[in-house]
Write a protein that binds this ligand. Sequence first.
Ligand SMILES: *Cc1c(COP(=O)(O)O)cnc(C)c1O
Length: 357
Amino acid sequence: MPIFQSATFEYDGEASYHGVRYVRLNNTPNHLVLHKKLAAIENAEAAVVTASGMAAITTALLTVLKTGDHLLIQDCLYGGTHDFITNDLPSLGVDHDFIEADDPGTWRKKLRTNTKAIYVETISNPLMQVGELKSVVEFARASGLVSMIDNTFASPINFRPAEIGFDLSLHSCTKYLNGHSDIGAGACIGRTDLIEKVLHKLNHLGGSLDPHACFLLHRGVKTLALRVGRQNDSALKIAQFLEGLPSVEAVNYPGLESNSSHGRARSFLDGFGGMISFEPRGGVEKAERFMKRISIPIVAPSLGGVETLVTRPATTSHSGMAAEDRRRLGISDGLVRVSVGIEATEELIDDFDSALS
Ligand SMILES: *Cc1c(COP(=O)(O)O)cnc(C)c1O
């Protein structure tokens, strides 16, 4: 697909504003081909790309919710999503309650007459928990709610939300879908009627994707299956290795049989993903020393690229959260998060081994 780096296109008799070809309307040839491709790889009806993951998430939430509405959210969401829902939406008159995604029996009592949506993540950050995803869809159907899921961590290779009935799937394409850590992008994938509304809202909010970034994202998606397949395999081996080390206190990876999400991960996912978190024995000090000693991984936020990245959530993705909330959710200060890349697995394992010892 060549790059159509043009802001405007010759008038061709279009009758409405949304029909005119213009870069902010997200309808250049680069957008249209990507919309089709993203819908296809998640077995969904339709898709729309956005300027970032947060543009996809905020635009989708503002499409589904209006003043006076209420939504149910998983208790441990991506920091930006959590902040938007808890700090920004209340000022627009939209209220929320938290749910535990693995405990469907407790959801009904949180339901209100004005509840409009339920929002979860396929694999939660940074503890990699997988909720009762099928129950989320059934609960939403029975209660007339829009079911929304952030599928960034799983990627469409490991989970396709539309296949079990989710209405909307959100992605930070900055991560696995692009896979090369060189653009910011997002996507909203799902039911045609909802995607049309999201696109109209996006036309006004303006978080559309640039054609050149569309081109790069399209190119990245071509190797998604190869990259994520490798990352699934490598992450499982690394998690198993870490679990066997006396210098490691805990490993969070849904592919481990010892993990509390393992059964649900096996029933919903085709692979367990490339994200691991673990606690070196010895707390923050040990974690800091590990991060200084490790040589192949880069110490940096973000995830889903071809290079292995490590971060400490307490100082990056979850630094905005109160220390008390982090403790309640089980995110210790010494927790290290790893986004496994595509480097040779044995070399990564050797590197982890020597850095930890
Ligand atoms: C990174 C991320 C986002 C936000 O995406 P941006 O592209 O940074 O705006 C949302 N959800 C999850 C799970 C993420 O990892």
